[in-house]
Write a protein that binds this ligand. Structure first.
Ligand code: DQA
Length: 148
């Protein structure tokens, strides 16, 4: 079944962006890994990345219409975008929130709040790129329990 992995601002530079925090795996490599991890769990994963809040909201709106399960790393938008909050609130299929780092363990106070969390069945954070594997596993388990 189709599943979306949506990545927000600055994640397109994964591997080059602050590798001491986010690791050295590139976004292209992450895409391939997510497709593989999804396939292992019977999920047809499509990975997308955007730097634009409105584009992310558009994708979430279509996911709501089509009842598509979502793994979401909204990146910095996680912490302040009420548009992303409201878009996530409309989703009927399960949503898993993922972060490479653990935002709550980081010094910036503004990273400690998430607008996505109230709508997520689970939050996976601090596991780097492997967190996406864990998040897809959570999604597969939830879908097995509810939808198949
Ligand atoms: C992030 C954490 C956010 O605080 C940050 O703004 C990001 C990436 C993560 O995956 O660790 O861009 O979502």
């Amino acid at each position: 079944r189709p599943v979306l992995v949506l990545n927000g601002p600055n994640l397109g530079r994964l591997g080059r962006r602050q590798p001491e925090i986010y690791g050295t795996t590139t976004h292209a490599e992450l895409v391939a890994l997510c497709e593989q991890w999804g396939a292992e769990r019977g999920l047809a994963v499509e990975v997308r990345q955007t730097n634009h809040e409105g584009v992310l909201v558009d994708w979430l709106n279509v996911a709501a219409d089509e009842r598509t399960p979502v793994v979401l790393n909204a990146a910095a938008l996680t912490h302040y975008s009420y548009a992303v909050h409201d878009a996530c609130a409309q989703l009927e299929a399960p949503l898993v929130e993922v972060h490479l780092s653990d935002p709550e363990a980081r010094p910036e106070e503004w990273r400690h709040h998430s607008v996505v969390r109230p709508h997520a069945v689970e939050v996976v954070k601090g596991h780097g790129v492997d967190g996406y594997r864990l998040a897809l596993g959570v999604l597969a388990d939830v879908l097995t329990g509810t939808d198949r």
